[in-house]
Design a protein around this ligand. Sequence first.
Ligand code: NDP
Length: 512
Amino acid sequence: MSCPMKDFDINGVRKDRVVTTSNGYQLNAPFATQRIGEHGPLLLQDNALLDNLAHFNRERIPERNPHAHGSGAFGYFEVTHDITDICGSAMFDTIGKKTKCVTRFSTVGGEKGSADTVRDPRGFATKFYTEEGNLDWVYNATPIFFIRDPSKFPAFIHTQKRNPQTNLKDADMFWDFLTTPSNQVAIHQLCILFSDRGIPKSYRNMDGFSGHAYKWSNKKGEWHYVQVHLKTDQGIKCYTSEEAAIIAGRDPDICHRDLFENIEKGNAPSWTVYIQTMTEEESKHLPFSVFDLTKVWPKAQFPLRPVGKLVLNENPQNFFAQIEQAAFAPSNTVPYQEASADPVLQGRLFAYADAQRHRIGPNYNQVPVNCPLSKGFFNPLIRDGAMNVNGNFGSESNYYNTNSKYEFLEQSRPIQEHQEIWNGPAVPYEWVTSSGDIDFIQATTLYRKVLSKQDGAQARLAHNVAIHAANCKSTDLQKKVVDMFSRVDEQLGNDIRTEISAINSSNGKPKL
Ligand code: NDP
């Protein structure tokens, strides 16, 4: 139903700018309040005032717990290469096909108003409005993550946020969690986080990664494990810790501003989208589990295959409506793209949609930015609830009525009966770090084979860890940090130890 105000034209004022209260009553004077006499107390009957003040109190919705601070824009995904042998989703079916999308970038630990230039992974979430429904790729700017047991997520995030007593970021909490032997599986992610790439210069200058293995299939029912990489076409650019600290004070919204202003100027950022694919058979011969979110798939063995381009060329008209209310969940998927059994992904299938129901309400998919634009939505069982604004399917029966006809489209791919057969009792299982080096190997490869080729990158990794860990009040904990990084490479441990000692014996500890 369109707003009837648009049909009015009064005194030459633009039709939709005749001001009213929220129930449409004409507002005669914007700042007058009803009083007894000119200076007496106010009257409870003054709905214009109450409407104004009461709505103001309710302007904020709960901010996301992780990923509260973000920026976003609209754009499109364009297919440049045929991958129909891997994925039967309609969005990939024709070279040149474009699908509208919205992307939200974010930091993880900080609150909504926190600075852009913090050392923190970045979220990179995209909602594609495909003809088969909305598809969300809820990715990060790092190819891996800190944990692989979803039950650890709340504890882990707590340690990255604020101390419950001091309400300050807390190096002791941070490193106590991460140096606990069963949590040292985070070492690979820590080496990326504290490397140069831990503070991207802008959202335009960073990559995106699915991190998890997903399960994609083609129209014949053949399937692969798939990882998605979005490589920035603007090149990787990053801040040093020292530059970032200064900018956090001078221009805390620098990445937000950069994204908005570049798109406004017509300088639309883009990412080249690639996939890595792995057969089930290949996954059986990996030295690690395909469901392990702390490992990358070596590119020499699983090369990047180009798919398309993601282009962001349209700023939101209203940040709250279109970016703050954008609700991403990996459970929003389309035919031929499925979750794998990666336990963290399985946990996210529940947790993300649940977070949106808490933040926005059970009808969050009725908010225009979240509506399945192309496909539409019809389900007579999903009714009512707070803020139902789509007409609630009118007089439709609220169950599958025997007098009505419903269409249930058949699954268009063969049922995958003979694959990934899971068998066994329900058992408690914690996927702890192994006593051998398997969880350190890729961190060591990064340090010895990748960072060694970038001038000064190994030393900067040691420096970035040291200036953070030097904030630990416990020297015992500082030693644990050194011991953990020594398992990546002895030189790295030595460099961190030397710099922490130097900071400890001076008085000026860098603040977190
Ligand atoms: P390659 O040796 O073929 O390539 C090295 C990769 O490391 C490139 O993707 C490069 O990105 C990336 N890289 C460079 N500097 C950093 C940094 N500071 N932080 C994070 N990534 C960085 O890769 P391999 O597959 O043989 O893996 C070697 C190591 O590279 C892994 O142990 C892992 O730590 C890291 N890596 C691997 C990725 C993968 O998917 N295989 C993805 C990202 C990192 P660019 O091309 O932009 O220079």
